[in-house]
Design a protein around this ligand. Structure first.
Ligand code: MG
Length: 375
C-alpha cells in the first residue's frame, strides 16, 4: 500500500464563548484547525486534525501545521502508511522537531492502518479497555462561587471530573481550592490546573496552605526544573502537562521523580506513535495518565479517546473534549460523543469518523506524487 495523495483543508472553529486561561493571561475566541486526508493506492483514506489551543498557549501555530505539512508531504508520498514508525522517521529526517505539525499525518496513517486491519485504532494499538473514560470539564478561573456555578452546570450534564483553572493570586487561589473542595461531591475529582502560572514561591505557598486536602495540582510552574523544586517542598501529587513534549521529557519525569501523574496531549507530542512510547514508560512506573487533544472537532476528540482506551484502569484518569466548546460540527452525530460525562471509542475500523464533504468544501491544497500509483 502506498500513499498517493494528501489533501489539506484550513478551517476556523469559533468557540461558543471566549476562553480565558489561568489568571486571564491568555484569551481567544476562535481556533485554527487543519484537516488532512491521506489517500492510498488501495482506495483507503485516513483523516487527521491538527488544532492548537490558540497561538499563545504552547509553541504550536495553526499556519505552522500547514507549512510543516508542505515540507513533509513529499517525503511520505509513496510510503506505506501502515508503517507508522517509518512514516515518523521520514518526517523527522525532513523536518526535525515541529511535532504538532506531524500529528495529523501520523493520526491519518493510523486511521488507514486500522481500516486495512478491520480494527478500531484502540484495538490496533494493543487493545481497547472497555470501560468508558470520564471527560473532564474545563473550569475558567473566577471567584470561588463563579467556578462552583460552572462545575454545577457540568454536573447536570453528568460530568464527575473537573479541571479547575487556578494560578492567579495566591490568597485567592487558596480560597478557590478550599471552597471548591468543601463543595465537592463524593466520588467527584477536581484537578487544580495551574497551566504554569505560579512562580516556585507561589506554588509552594498555595500547595502547603492546603496540605490537609487530598488534591492534585497540574503543571504548577513553567519548567520541569521548577516543578521538581516544588515537588521537593510539597506533598500533593503533581501532574505534568505542558512540559511533557517528548520521550526524553518522560524519562526525566520518571528518573527524577518530578510527577506522579501526566497529561498527554496527542497533537503536542506529535501523534499516536509518539504518545504510545510515552504511555508505555509511564505505565512501567505506575504513573497515571490523562489524554487530551489540544483542541479541535470531534475528529480530534475521537483520536484522543482511541488512545486513552489503550490505557488500563486505574491508570487512565480522564480525557477532555473540545467538541462542545465550538460552534461547528464536521460530522454531526458521528465519532466519539460525550454521554453522561463519559467518552468511548467508536467501534468501527480505523478512526471511525470522517468529516462531511459538504462541510469541508474543496481542499485548500493537494499534494500528490506523479510517480505514485493512481487511485
Ligand atoms: Mg492542563
Amino acid at each position: 500500500m502506498k500513499i498517493t495523495c494528501i489533501k489539506l483543508w484550513h478551517k476556523s472553529l469559533p468557540l461558543a464563548k471566549p476562553y480565558w486561561l489561568s489568571g486571564g493571561r491568555l484569551k481567544f475566541e476562535v481556533l485554527d484547525s487543519t484537516f488532512i486526508r491521506v489517500d492510498t493506492d488501495e482506495g483507503l483514506s485516513g483523516w487527521g486534525e491538527g488544532c492548537p489551543w490558540g497561538n499563545t498557549y504552547l509553541p504550536a501555530h495553526g499556519p505552522g501545521i500547514r507549512a510543516g505539512i508542505e515540507t513533509m508531504a513529499p517525503a511520505i508520498l509513496g510510503m506505506d502508511p501502515r508503517r507508522t514508525n517509518h512514516i515518523n522517521q521520514a518526517m523527522d529526517l525532513t523536518l526535525p522537531g515541529h511535532r504538532y505539525a506531524k500529528a495529523p499525518l501520523d493520526i491519518a496513517c493510523w486511521d488507514i492502518a486500522g481500516q486495512a486491519a478491520g480494527l478500531p485504532i484502540a484495538e490496533l494499538m494493543g487493545g481497547c479497555y472497555p470501560t468508558p473514560t470520564p471527560v473532564a470539564s474545563s473550569i475558567s478561573t473566577g471567584t470561588p462561587q463563579e467556578m462552583l456555578a460552572e462545575i454545577e452546570d457540568y454536573r447536570e450534564r453528568g460530568y464527575r471530573v473537573h479541571s479547575a483553572k487556578v494560578g492567579a493570586d495566591t490568597v485567592e487561589d487558596i480560597e478557590r481550592v478550599r471552597f471548591l473542595e468543601t463543595h465537592r461531591n463524593r466520588g467527584e475529582v477536581i484537578f487544580y490546573d495551574v497551566n504554569r502560572a505560579w512562580t516556585r514561591a507561589e506554588a509552594v505557598t498555595v500547595m502547603n496552605a492546603v496540605v490537609d486536602l487530598p488534591v492534585t495540582f497540574e503543571q504548577p510552574c513553567e519548567t520541569l526544573e521548577d516543578c521538581l523544586a516544588v515537588r521537593r517542598l510539597t506533598s500533593h501529587p503533581i501532574s505534568i502537562d505542558e512540559r511533557l513534549d517528548t520521550l526524553a521529557d518522560m524519562t526525566r519525569i520518571v528518573s527524577e521523580g518530578i510527577a506522579e501523574l501526566i497529561n498527554i496531549k496527542i497533537n503536542r507530542v506529535g501523534g499516536l506513535t509518539r504518545a504510545a512510547r510515552i504511555r508505555d514508560l509511564a505505565l512501567a512506573h505506575g504513573i497515571g495518565i490523562s489524554v487530551m487533544p489540544t483542541g479541535g472537532t470531534v475528529l480530534a476528540d475521537t483520536d484522543a479517546i482511541h488512545f486513552a482506551q489503550t490505557i488500563p484502569d486505574p491508570y487512565r484518569l480522564r480525557v477532555w473534549s473540545c467538541q462542545d466548546m465550538i460552534t461547528v460540527d464536521p460530522a454531526p452525530g458521528r465519532g466519539a460523543r460525550v454521554e453522561d460525562g463519559m467518552l468511548s471509542a467508536p467501534g468501527g475500523p480505523g478512526l471511525g469518523v470522517a468529516p462531511d464533504d459538504e462541510w469541508l468544501g474543496k481542499p485548500d491544497v493537494v499534494y500528490s506524487n506523479e510517480n505514485s500509483e493512481p487511485v
